[in-house]
Design a binder for this molecule. Structure first.
Ligand SMILES: [Zn+2]
Ligand SMILES: [Zn+2]
Length: 237
């Protein structure tokens, strides 16, 4: 987080555009985004997902399960996948926001979305244990924070760092057992399976695009003993 966004957070300025927030604590705005640090103008620009969406991945404008999800079902038959819920579309506003958030290290900007994330958690995933998707260690060094962990922290539910993503070591694939291979898809591992064993796991990430990151995390977590898997992501691209 940098100094200017920390100041905005502390003094009641919009985390997106820097306008002074005109906060009036009416009954109505207990339910509005501006209670979560955005001004009215920016709140109006949020590309909130409303209306019909795929019941398994939140892809907008689907009523039935979408073709991508049907394909994931075929590829991972043993996975007890619940669903992905996302809050927003990926439009120009959201793209600019995420660029600023990730690459300038403004971890505190995520506070604008904590309210919505908590509401989605209570509505869809009560009792699930949140597990943020890790960054590869080199990425983590560059960026200094993991945006998925920042989102998970906002849920105010204890989360666990069950997934790890070691830097890839080539050439060892052939020596692995099937279980080991399953546990290292995309480089993810679950070093301490007992912390998620038998639990419903909620994978947290910033964006669901093809679903590969989340779905492969789900496979690894279920191979390690999770009872079921789901995901909560900020954006459905
Ligand atoms: Zn604003
Ligand atoms: Zn879908």
């Amino acid at each position: 987080m940098n100094d200017s966004s920390l100041l905005s957070f502390a003094r009641g300025y919009c985390l997106s555009c820097g306008e002074r927030l005109q906060t009036s604590w009416t009954y109505n705005n207990l339910f509005a985004w501006r209670a979560a640090h955005l001004c009215d103008t920016c709140t109006g620009q949020l590309p909130t997902i409303t209306g019909p969406a795929c019941p398994e991945c939140s892809a907008p404008e689907h009523v039935e399960v979408c073709a991508d999800c049907l394909s994931w079902r075929r590829r991972s038959e043993d996975v007890r996948w619940v669903k992905n819920v996302s809050l927003f579309h990926y439009d120009d506003w959201m793209q600019a926001w995420t660029a600023r958030w990730k690459f300038r290290g403004d971890a505190v900007m995520a506070a604008a979305f904590y309210y919505g994330l908590r509401r989605a958690y209570r509505q869809h995933f009560r009792g699930f244990v949140p597990v943020p998707v890790p960054l590869a260690p080199l990425r983590m060094q560059e960026r200094r924070f993991n945006q998925a962990e920042v989102l998970a922290a906002g849920l105010k539910v204890p989360y666990v760092l069950a997934l790890e993503r070691p830097e890839r070591e080539g050439g060892k694939q052939s020596k692995q057992t099937k279980r080991e291979r399953l546990q290292t898809v995309r480089g993810f591992t679950v070093p301490a399976p007992e912390i998620i064993s038998g639990r419903n796991v909620l994978i947290i990430d910033d964006i669901y695009t093809t679903g590969a990151t989340v779905r492969e995390s789900a496979q690894v977590l279920e191979a390690a003993g999770a009872a079921s898997t789901a995901s909560l992501t900020l954006i459905r691209a």
